[in-house]
Design a protein around this ligand. Structure first.
Ligand SMILES: Cc1cc2nc3c(=O)[nH]c(=O)nc-3n(C[C@H](O)[C@H](O)[C@H](O)COP(=O)(O)OP(=O)(O)OC[C@H]3O[C@@H](n4cnc5c(N)ncnc54)[C@H](O)[C@@H]3O)c2cc1C
Length: 304
């Protein structure tokens, strides 16, 4: 219930104003979001690379309100690829299609995605299209497939909480599409998603076992030690090398685990979000872990 409430609150503009204008909560958000500017993100990326981790940079922002907003987001991503190349960072990019105007004009969104993917390709780099709530699942898969067919270096994300995901994973593998597997961060109804965490976890492991032997390079995105242990065990049993897939985790979460895996020779990519629109992302991170919420409430109380 708490998780659902927090996810609903992530859509409240009033709360967004209260939280983003408050010093202590802004500072708390910095645990998950290193800063508002690309420069802040690059500082974070350099540091994360220095400790042997790979990076994915994500300019925060969802559901732009007009075409200009979508074009601005696309231009910002072009700059991100230029800076990654200039600074020789080991980093790629994650983005959301609603940030490129999917809800406003699907043709514009696809054109902008194609331009970004082309720019990534010119640097032999890669674009990961994040997966948003279920109203976007099919449209995201379809657009990623179309851009891939044009030769684009682009992959997407599959969410283990959706019943449909096994079929989607099989279809995307058939299309040679690289996948990031995650549990899923949005509020979905029981008609389309497993309500019980244990069922999501079981499905996650089932999907991981379909992905790893596929011969494609996939991302196993989780902080859950059980998912990580199951992946390591399965890879060892199947003779799948540590360079044939990567673990992925979020900036500021379980850095101990991130470092341990790197020390043991695994590839670990850290997802670094940046930008002024950090509120929905921050609220989804609170929803994932009650201990974060207590910390957050204490910082709001100490402010008043
Ligand atoms: C790289 C990456 C990209 C992602 N991209 C997407 C996406 O495109 N679409 C989407 O729907 N979801 C995405 N997610 C979020 C994902 O769906 C989950 O909501 C999130 O990862 C929590 O699930 P978990 O696998 O870590 O396991 P959980 O069972 O939620 O957590 C396992 C353990 O991890 C730690 N942990 C997890 N979350 C937190 C937190 N917020 N703060 C502190 N500790 C925590 C705790 O120790 C917890 O016990 C992404 C996650 C990652 C890591």
């Amino acid at each position: 219930m708490l998780r659902s409430l927090l996810i609903r609150m992530s859509e409240s503009k009033g709360l967004e104003h209260l939280v983003t204008s408050t010093g202590p909560t802004r500072r708390m958000a910095q645990r998950f979001v290193p800063g508002a500017s690309l420069e802040d993100a690059l500082v974070g990326a350099r540091e994360v690379n220095r400790t042997g981790h790979l990076v994915s940079l994500d300019l925060l922002g969802e559901n732009v309100v007009d075409g200009d907003g979508a074009r601005r987001a696309a231009a910002a991503y072009m700059e991100v690829f230029d800076r990654i190349a200039e600074e020789k960072l080991d980093a790629n990019v994650s983005l959301k299609l609603t940030q490129l105007g999917l809800d406003l004009d699907a043709n514009l969104c696809e054109q902008l995605l194609t331009e970004i993917v082309d720019r990534a390709g010119s640097f032999q780099n890669f674009v990961r299209v994040d997966m948003e709530g279920s109203p976007y699942t099919q449209r995201t898969i379809d657009m990623v497939k179309r851009v891939r067919v044009k030769g684009g270096s682009v992959g997407t994300v599959m969410q283990a909480y959706l019943y449909r995901t096994e079929q989607d994973v099989r279809d995307l593998i058939a299309a040679a599409c690289r996948i990031r597997l995650c549990k899923g961060a949005y509020k979905e109804p029981p008609e389309i998603a497993y309500p019980k965490k244990s069922d999501v976890d079981d499905n996650y492991i089932k999907l991981m076992k379909i992905l790893l032997p596929s011969g494609l390079y996939h991302g196993i995105a989780t902080h859950d030690p059980h998912m990580i242990a199951a992946t390591r065990q399965f890879a060892a049993e199947q003779g799948i090398g540590a360079d044939q897939f990567e673990f992925q985790m979020l900036y500021g979460i379980r850095t101990d685990l991130q470092q341990m895996l790197v020390k043991e020779g695994y590839r670990v990519r850290v997802y670094i979000p940046f930008g002024a629109d950090w509120f929905p992302y921050f609220m989804r991170r609170l929803a994932e872990r009650p201990a974060n919420l207590m910390f957050f409430v204490r910082s709001l109380i100490s402010r008043s």
